[in-house]
Design a binder for this molecule. Structure first.
Ligand code: C2E
Ligand code: MG
Ligand code: MG
Length: 719
């Protein structure tokens, strides 16, 4: 207990030497010592093991082996200058080969420090590895298959893949992590279309040059094909994203690139990053993980970087587990279909069902499609899954018919990857024949991504599917390129407006306008329209008012198990649709105020005017009521929390331009209100407290005219 701490002084003592020797021997980092000439005189076990090319018997041989160079002889002027000056140096060095010479394929990041003797002269050099061993990007090309990319001079895809395989095994051995980034230009196709092959080539060269900025000496940049580049980055911590690295990638790819000579051209790129060993044990799995992350980045926008999410594999499964389990899921009958009703907005009847797949995992329970369909698409497993869904949905539809239920259409989602299979029409034909399904009851839901790339081939497939008698729907409309060309060139029967537009259709004038315009456009093109994700009566009412044909959403029903769905159908449940005749002809006044006492006061003012009165306590509520009912005149308080009166009435103007909008405000808000009047958002304003008779007269006038011309000085008191 009261033992003196052992001092290692004087260093010459045998015990001190033993401890120092053990400190070096047991050090997990590679350490070696050379003499002044650079010949290795000591290498610790980590140094020998790390490269696999540094056997003990190489020590001392270096300067004797013919044709080989001493360990520290080669690495540019920096090292040599530092050695001459007797100062410290840090950088990448080739490992020592079996012959004691340099092995250029293996690089080590080391710090080299001179050791001085008693006289102060450098007698040896001490080298310690500060970063793990990687591969020299330029090294060992000859032994790799594949040729460099002609255009950029970068390694090509096969070179990249074989280097990836080696790096993965190196990283495992040394216990470090790797990051694999796949970089893909945004909108390259349209760039290619407008600037032609030569312009595109110049762009790719420029991009390759820019990406060089990210790579360090040990990293690797390659062109994987087309506008896709691969980056292999030595990253110190396994499985933990290196944020500095990600920041650099993002900074590099999100900067618009100006092409020499084409000052107006800017292009950005997205990147997906996978981490080794976390995201895959094979090169293919790693590439897939990076590409999946790239897919997510592309969805987010231009110039985005995404790290692969292990969450893509549900329930904490690794991607490898997921792949093998998903492969078996079809055979083991673990997939189930749920059916969500599609309801006619003309009759309120159920007229169809969308088949939605779920995975009933034996250990993890029900897994929603969002968690495995993207993975199935990347891995190609979507094809057998998709065929299973098609067959199961058709069987179910036939069963319902046999049970005497009303015929309804059954929608099946076809992923882009499956759609591009040339044999899809044959598969559909075979399934129809096998199950006895009436092809006219089959609706295939496609997304725009199925249409992209080889458009001509896609048109042929679509035509063959329609020739079978099936109908085609364009799913998630508005989220992809929403190309009007697809609408005109593909024989879609129906457009499904994506739920992201429906979510705030009653309160966001932009989305409200998009939905209204989409319905009008689709009808002009002779296509019907269904809205997805309808959750409230107000949303439904808005859609009805704009002539939308069908709806699907929680407001009517969630997706149901097959038996529940058939019960619903058998019971003849339908959507009660507001009958416009009932109240729509009645002049309707909407009053909005967050203070109940004021609402009551207003109610009293208009009690005997013969209007239908609607009352809302907030702008949001007001917008709901506007979606639900036809309202001619709106009176709103200005000062309300969350959404002020001007804001509310501005939105109301966008969504219901025919309405007459009047605001009640305090004197303090007059500036803001006047501005809204001048914009036409409001036709009149009254300052509080108002004069009952004047207000009544003004509202009467408003109902009479419905013209609602703005008056710039619009103070109700002046009337
Ligand atoms: P989708 O084709 O757009 O399907 C509609 C999704 O919206 C379904 O999600 C449905 O449950 C959900 N939904 C329906 N009504 C509402 C609503 O009112 N509010 C909200 N918030 N959501 C609603 P689900 O079942 O999770 O499916 C998600 C996606 O997975 C589908 O989107 C589709 O792209 C894909 N998917 C599902 N089944 C299959 C399949 O068999 N094959 C393929 N390739 N993809 C499938
Ligand atoms: Mg769908
Ligand atoms: Mg959809």
């Amino acid at each position: 207990m009261n033992e003196e701490p052992m001092s290692l002084e004087p260093a010459e003592s045998p015990e001190a030497l033993r401890v120092l020797h053990r400190a070096a021997e047991q050090n997990p980092r590679a350490i070696f010592v050379t003499d002044r000439a650079g010949t290795i005189v000591y290498a610790n076990p980590a140094a020998r093991q790390a490269t696999g090319h540094l056997p003990g018997d190489a020590i001392g041989k270096a300067s004797h082996s013919p044709g080989s160079k001493p360990a520290l002889s080669d690495n540019g002027a920096g090292l040599q200058a530092a050695l001459r000056a007797g100062t410290e140096w840090e950088g990448a060095l080739p490992a020592i080969g079996e012959d004691g010479g340099n092995d250029d394929r293996h690089m080590a990041h080391v710090r080299v420090t001179p050791i001085r003797n008693a006289a102060g002269d450098v007698s040896h050099y001490f080298a310690i590895q500060v970063q793990p061993v990687g591969r020299h990007p330029e090294a060992g090309r000859s032994e790799h298959v594949g040729t460099p990319d002609q255009l950029t001079g970068l390694p090509g895809r096969s070179q990249f893949m074989s280097r990836l395989a080696e790096s993965m095994s190196d990283a495992t051995r040394v216990g470090v992590g790797l990051a694999l980034a796949v970089v893909d230009l945004d909108d390259f196709k349209s760039f290619n279309d407008s600037f032609g092959q030569q312009g595109a080539d110049r762009l790719l060269v420029a991009v390759a040059q820019r990406l060089q900025d990210i790579v360090r000496r040990d990293d690797l940049l390659a062109r994987l094909g087309g506008d896709r580049f691969g980056l292999l980055l030595w990253d110190a911590q396994p499985d933990t994203p290196n944020h500095e690295l990600l920041r650099r990638i993002q900074a590099t790819i999100s900067q618009p690139l100006n092409l020499p000579g084409e000052s107006s051209v800017t292009i950005t790129a997205c990147a997906g990053v996978a981490l080794y060993p976390r995201d895959g044990a094979s090169t293919d799995a790693m590439l897939q993980a990076a590409e999946a992350a790239l897919g997510l980045a592309k969805k987010t926008g231009h110039g985005e970087v995404r790290i692969s999410e292990p969450a893509l594999a549900p329930g904490g499964m690794t991607r490898i587990d997921l792949a093998s389990q998903l492969r078996q899921a079809v055979d083991r009958a673990e997939l189930v279909l749920h059916f969500q009703p599609k309801v006619s907005l003309h009759s309120g009847e159920i007229i169809g069902a969308e088949a939605l797949v779920r995975w009933r995992h034996p250990a993890k329970g029900m897994i929603p499609p969002g968690e495995f369909i993207p993975f199935a698409e990347e891995s190609g497993l979507i094809v057998p899954i998709s065929e299973w869904v098609l067959r199961a949905a058709c069987r179910q539809a036939v069963e319902w018919r046999r049970a005497g239920l009303r015929p309804i259409k059954v929608g099946v989602n076809i992923s882009a990857r499956h759609f591009r299979h040339a044999d899809l029409p044959d598969v559909v034909a075979a399934v129809l024949a096998e199950t006895g399904m009436d092809s006219r009851l089959l609706d295939l839901e496609l997304t725009e991504s199925a249409m992209m790339h080889d458009t001509a081939a896609a048109i042929r497939i679509a035509d063959r599917l329609r020739a079978l008698g099936a109908s085609l729907s364009l799913d998630d409309f508005g989220t992809g390129y929403s190309s009007l060309a697809y609408l005109s060139r593909f024989a879609f029967d129906q457009i499904k407006i994506d739920q992201s537009f429906i979510r705030d259709v009653t309160s966001n004038p932009v989305n409200g306008s998009i939905v209204a315009a989409t319905i009008a456009m689709a009808h002009k093109l002779g296509k019907s329209v269904i809205a997805e994700g309808v959750e409230t009566e107000a949303q439904m009412s808005f859609l009805c008012r704009h002539g939308c044909d069908e709806m699907q959403g929680y407001f009517f029903s969630r997706p149901l198990a097959a038996t529940d769905f058939s019960a619903l159908l058998a019971a003849g449940r339908r959507m009660p649709l507001a009958t416009p005749a009932a109240g729509e002809a009645v002049p309707t006044l909407l009053l909005v105020d967050d203070e109940p006492s004021i609402l009551n006061a207003l109610k009293r003012v208009f009690r005997n005017e013969g209007y239908r009165l609607l009352m809302a306590g907030s702008g949001q509520e007001g917008l709901e009521l506007l979606a639900l009912h036809r309202v001619q005149v709106i009176v709103s308080d200005q000062r309300m929390p969350e959404m002020g009166g001007v804001e509310f009435l501005s939105r109301a103007k966008e969504l219901y331009p025919d309405s007459v909008r009047i605001v009640l405000s305090g004197y303090a808000e007059v500036g803001m209100v006047t501005e809204a009047v001048n914009r036409g958002a409001i036709s009149k304003y009254f300052t509080k407290p108002w004069d009952d008779d004047q207000l009544r007269a003004e509202i009467r006038r408003a109902f009479r005219s419905m013209a609602g011309a703005a008056t710039v000085d619009g103070n109700g008191h002046s009337n």
